[in-house]
Design a protein around this ligand. Sequence first.
Ligand SMILES: *Cc1c(COP(=O)(O)O)cnc(C)c1O
Length: 439
Amino acid sequence: MAPHRRDQAVRAAVDQALLTPAAPVAALLDLAGVRASAAALRAAFAGVTDAPVLHAFAVKACPLVPVLRLLHEEGLGAEVASPGELALARAAGVDPARIVLDSPAKTPAELREALALGIAVNADNPQELARLDTLVAQTPARSPLGLRVNPQIGGGTIDALSTATTTSKFGIALRDEGARARVVRAFLDRPWLTRLHTHSGSQGMPLSLLVAGVREAYELAEEINAAAGRRQVDTLDIGGGLPVNFASDEDTPTFAEYARLLAAEVPGLFDGRYGLVTEFGRSLLARHGTVLARVEYTKTSGSRPIAITHAGVQVATRTVYDPASWPLRIAAYDAAGEPRTGPAVDQDVAGPACFAGDLLAVKRPLPLLEPGDVVAALDTGAYYFAHHYAYNSLTRPGVYGFTVREDGSVRFATVREPQTVAEIVAEAGGGHPDVLLRG
Ligand SMILES: *Cc1c(COP(=O)(O)O)cnc(C)c1O
């Protein structure tokens, strides 16, 4: 989010009482930014190919219906990986023909529903292919059906997000003994299998490795089609995974850089013989979200200044549990929502949860924070505030989309209402407290 727009939004969130002592955490989403990223993605691929491309947003990155709806309006489809994500995409009005179902653990019921709706499915493994055999024999599928392969090209800097390692749980491991031949055979035996899917990893993957994974899938498609003597594989799903620069406001790498690199390294991918599917998540949304939290208290411990805020593990789970992999930038504002100025002092920005590691930032140089100030955790539009973690029964904050009008005023729309304490009690069995005492 552009720093200027962020400052306007923070100030307005305070003025319009989205962030108050009673609601000390709020999440903001910059709608102009989301639209701009969607447009940049479309333009990047349109710049290198005339082939049809379905950009299916990876719903897990921001599973909020109005956000999916906005992306839908921007021409994006949806990549889903659970019954919940599928329901969200459908609630957002995404046409089943623009939904792709990936998941390593699809049940027979999920597969049947997807096939009935005409949703594209990428099978993960031979057992899933066998289930599809049964379903397709019962009713010929309207759904495009594909197979996910793991090119085993290695991992990036974050193990947990590297899906193309030798022993990754995803897809068919192509370099395992005999696997490649079995994959080719699987296609020859199944004329309805027309897509290849690969997703090599997410944050922490260098572009070169993402490209290497796509190249492997492309070459396999060529091999299958040569063996079949026809263009059986007609669509390549190249996954998502473009990394986001969490260190600065500079957008590197860009969708355009990635598309151009793919065009240079795997030219056949874009020559019109294949339809394409992409599944970007983080790179479309991360930049455009900010979590705001009030500072409740400040103190020193071991002479370290510490600001105790209301945002911690519940909204920044990955950062708190794995701070080395997921550093977040923090911006400081005063109680009126104006940027806080002053000499930078190394301080910890802590969350409200009751364990020592609940820290958004450690020894971070920032103007010295005071009670009532506001901290902003930047670039949290994907995999952060939309991924609430229920530790300490902290409530889910409200999520507000914003647009800045020409006169500089800010309009907010509620994407997700703040959760109430009463809802927490109800979800925690509050309606039947005696159930364990009976019988
Ligand atoms: C998570 C995931 C994506 C999206 O990854 P990003 O890093 O958010 O772009 C795409 N495809 C699959 C199969 C995934 O699991």
